[in-house]
Design a binder for this molecule. Structure first.
Ligand code: AMP
Length: 396
C-alpha cells in the first residue's frame, strides 16, 4: 500500500481529503477534535518534506451553502492541533480558490470550504472533481470515514492523478491495515463481538466473518432474533420477525464452519424501556410477556469474559445492551473491561462503529484497546467484504 511515507513532497502541493466532520456545539465550537488529531501525522509528514497542504473535507449534511456548516468554525481547533496558523477560503472551487492554491508556499496549509456546499460532491460529479484536482499536484486520501462513498473528493478525483501522484494518508493506511489484519492474518483464536439493535444492519458482516473467526459473541437487541429463531420465549424484546430464517441459516453455517456462536444465556429484563424500569434477571430464552431484555445478564458476562480472555485477536462492533442507560450498561462495560484485560495480556483489539466507540469512551477504555477505528460505516463495509471506492480509486 503506497502511503505518504513512500513519496517526497518537496515543493509539491498535496491535496488531502481529510475527514474533519467533527461535532460542534450550539456555539459552533468543536467538542471532539479526535478526527483532526488523527490527520496530523499525514499533514506533518508533507510539511516536513517541504511541501504545502490543501485540506478538503465535508462537515455535516448541509443542503447547499449554509453558514452553520462552514468549516471556518473549525479553524481555531485545526490551528491548535497543528500548532500553526492556517489559511481558510470560503469556497472549494473557482477563481478565488485557484489563486489561493497557486500562491501557497512550502510549509503553508490552506483549508477549503465545506465540499458538500456543492451537491456535485455527493453526486460524484466528474467536472467538479476535476476542478478540485487542478488545485494540487498530488492527491492524498486520509478520510477513512468516507472511504465507502463514491463522492467527487473521495474517489472520482483520483482518476485525474496517475499512480505516481496519488497515495494513502497515514490514518487511512493504519485503518486498512488493522481491519485487514483482523480479517486475514490475525493471531488465533479470533473473536468477533457483534452487538447493537438490529440483525439486519450486521447480517452481511456476520456472513463474511463467519469463516474467518473462531468465535462470535452476539449481544444487544439483535440477539433476540436468534433466540426466538431457536424457539426461545423473548417477551417484548426487540425482534425482526422477517429475519428469523436468516438467523437460523447463520447458526447452521456457523456449525458447518465450526465457528462458535455465543448467544446470551441470561438477560436483564425490564418492564419498560426506561432507566427507572423494574428489572429482573431471567434466562434469555424464557422472558415473560410484557418484559424485554435490555442487557445481557451476569452469567453471560462471565461467559463472554471467558471467551475474550482466551482470544488473541478481538473485533468489537456494537453494544451488549442499552448502555446509554445506567441500568443496562453492565454487559457492555464488563465486555469492554474484558477486552481491555485481554489487550493488556497481549491480544490485539480493534473497536469500531459509533456506539462501541461511544461505549469505550464512556467506560474510559480508550487507551486500553489496541485500535479504535474512526470510520463506523467504512469499517462495516470492509468487514462485509466489500471493496471501498475511496480505497480502490487510489489503487487503480
Ligand atoms: P446499532 O446502531 O445497530 O449498533 O445499535 C446500537 C443501539 O442498540 C444502541 O443505541 C443500544 O441502546 C441499542 N441496544 C442495544 N441492546 C439493545 C436491546 N437489548 N434492546 C434494544 N436496543 C438495544
Amino acid at each position: 500500500m503506497k502511503t505518504v511515507n513512500d513519496c517526497n513532497f518537496n515543493n509539491k502541493k498535496a491535496l488531502i481529503r481529510v475527514d474533519f466532520n467533527v461535532p460542534l456545539n450550539n456555539e459552533l465550537k468543536v467538542t471532539d477534535a479526535t478526527r483532526i488529531k488523527a490527520a496530523k501525522p499525514t499533514i506533518e509528514k508533507i510539511l516536513n518534506d517541504g511541501g504545502s497542504v490543501i485540506l478538503m473535507s465535508h462537515l455535516g449534511r448541509p443542503k447547499g451553502k449554509d453558514e452553520k456548516y462552514s468549516l471556518k468554525h473549525i479553524v481555531p481547533t485545526v490551528e491548535k492541533v497543528l500548532g500553526k496558523k492556517i489559511k481558510f477560503i470560503d469556497d472549494c472551487i473557482g477563481e478565488k480558490v485557484e489563486k489561493a492554491a497557486k500562491n501557497l508556499k512550502s510549509g503553508e496549509i490552506l483549508l477549503l470550504e465545506n465540499l458538500r456546499f456543492y451537491p456535485e460532491e455527493k453526486a460524484g460529479d466528474k467536472a467538479f472533481a476535476e476542478k478540485l484536482a487542478e488545485l494540487g499536484n498530488v492527491y492524498v486520501n486520509d478520510a477513512f470515514g468516507t472511504a465507502h462513498r463514491a463522492h467527487a473528493s473521495t474517489a472520482v478525483i483520483a482518476q485525474f492523478f496517475d499512480k505516481e501522484h496519488k497515495c494513502f494518508g497515514l490514518l487511512m493506511a493504519k485503518e486498512i491495515e488493522a481491519i485487514n489484519y483482523v480479517l486475514n492474518n490475525a493471531k488465533k483464536p479470533v473473536t468477533a463481538v457483534i452487538g447493537g439493535a438490529k440483525v439486519s444492519s450486521k447480517i452481511d458482516v456476520i456472513n463474511n466473518i463467519i469463516d474467518k473467526v473462531d468465535s462470535i459473541i452476539i449481544g444487544g437487541g439483535m440477539a433476540f432474533t436468534f433466540i426466538k429463531a431457536k424457539g426461545g420465549k423473548i417477551g417484548n424484546s426487540l425482534v425482526e420477525e422477517d429475519k428469523l430464517d436468516l438467523a437460523l441459516a447463520i447458526l447452521e453455517k456457523a456449525k458447518q464452519k465450526k465457528t462458535r456462536i455465543h448467544l446470551p444465556i441470561d438477560v436483564v429484563a425490564a418492564d419498560k424501556f426506561s432507566n427507572d424500569a423494574n428489572t429482573m434477571i431471567v434466562d434469555a430464552d424464557d422472558i415473560p410477556d410484557g418484559w424485554m431484555g435490555l442487557d445481557v445478564g451476569p452469567r453471560t458476562n462471565v461467559g463472554n469474559a471467558f471467551v475474550i480472555i482466551g482470544s488473541n485477536t478481538i473485533l468489537w462492533n456494537g453494544p451488549m445492551g442499552v448502555f446509554e442507560m445506567e441500568k443496562f450498561e453492565t454487559g457492555t462495560r464488563e465486555l469492554g473491561n474484558a477486552i481491555a484485560d485481554a489487550t493488556a495480556e497481549g491480544a490485539f483489539s480493534l473497536v469500531g462503529g459509533g456506539d462501541s466507540v461511544a461505549a469505550v469512551k464512556k467506560f474510559k477504555l480508550t487507551n486500553k484497546v489496541s485500535y479504535i477505528s474512526t470510520g463506523g460505516g467504512a469499517m462495516l463495509e470492509m468487514l462485509e467484504g466489500k471493496k471501498l471506492p475511496g480505497i480502490e480509486a487510489i489503487l487503480m
